[in-house]
Write a protein that binds this ligand. Structure first.
Ligand code: PXP
Length: 249
């Protein structure tokens, strides 16, 4: 089994910066530390309300990253225009609601109007496209039909079950994610990523699913960094992929 890559989501460094309206801590500096500590890529979510990452962060980061940028964004014309200017290696399309604390569910790629054209515009500019979806076979079928390059399976329900110590739900969710990953691999050349709500305590069961290419992790890793420093937090998260506790039966 190949260990998945770690993509670090650095949005919460910007959250901390914006809380004071100053220019530190700098998310770009944070991203460079993560890369040096072993992150394979940097994920950042330019939200429509700009609550953490701002346009200037995206443009500067595009110049300075050594690995690759995974720009999370909503399916809007404004975001398409920005992505076409920035040309990140990857765009991950996510649903967005103004009131949510974080991305609450997967994108419903079965029912989005004009979606194929949106994806093609990105791909024609040399950007690879990932779709953040629930581990649901209908969504995967649609992602294949749309010609996406990758899917990112939403692990939020699993992560929530681990916080509640609900073993029945944990087992059920791991099974769903395993089935979704196996289905995508058997039926397409999609890369299969996963993320949301992953922590050093719950990541091993997901990291050890066959064929998961990359895990995108933000909040828990930045929270670890408050106590252990960012470099150590990246290393500790990677170690937890294999050494973390397995919380499924
Ligand atoms: N992947 C996607 C598509 C997300 O929207 C987020 C949250 O911004 C993450 C991964 C990271 O989630 P978390 O911050 O809970 O680790």
């Amino acid at each position: 089994m190949n260990e998945p890559l770690l993509g670090v989501n650095i949005d919460h460094i910007a959250t901390l910066r914006n809380a004071r309206g100053v220019d530190y801590p700098c998310p770009i500096e944070g991203a460079l530390i993560c890369e040096q500590a072993g992150a394979s890529g940097i994920t950042l979510h330019l939200r429509e309300d700009r609550r953490h990452i701002r346009d200037a962060d995206v443009y500067e980061m595009a110049q300075r990253l050594k690995t690759r940028m995974n720009l999370e964004m909503a399916v809007t014309e404004e975001m398409l225009g920005i992505a076409l200017k920035v040309r990140p290696a990857w765009v991950c399309l996510v649903p967005e609601k103004r009131q949510e604390l974080t991305t609450e569910g997967g994108l419903d790629v079965v029912n989005l109007p004009n979606f194929q054209a949106f994806i093609h515009s990105l791909q024609q500019a040399g950007i690879q496209v990932s779709l953040f979806i629930d581990p649901d076979l209908h969504q995967i079928d649609a992602a294949i039909a749309l010609g996406a390059d990758a899917i990112e399976l939403h692990t939020g329900t699993y992560a929530h079950a681990t916080l509640q110590n609900d073993q029945t739900k944990i087992d059920h969710e791991i099974k769903r994610i395993k089935q979704a990953a196996a289905y995508a691999q058997a039926n397409s050349s999609l890369l299969v990523n996963a993320g949301h709500g992953l922590t050093r305590d719950n990541v091993a069961a997901i990291a050890q699913i066959d064929g998961i290419h990359e895990l995108n992790i933000g909040h828990a890793l930045i929270a670890d960094a408050v106590f252990m420093g960012l470099e150590s937090a990246v290393k500790a998260m990677k170690a937890a992929f294999t050494e973390g506790k397995m919380i499924n039966n």
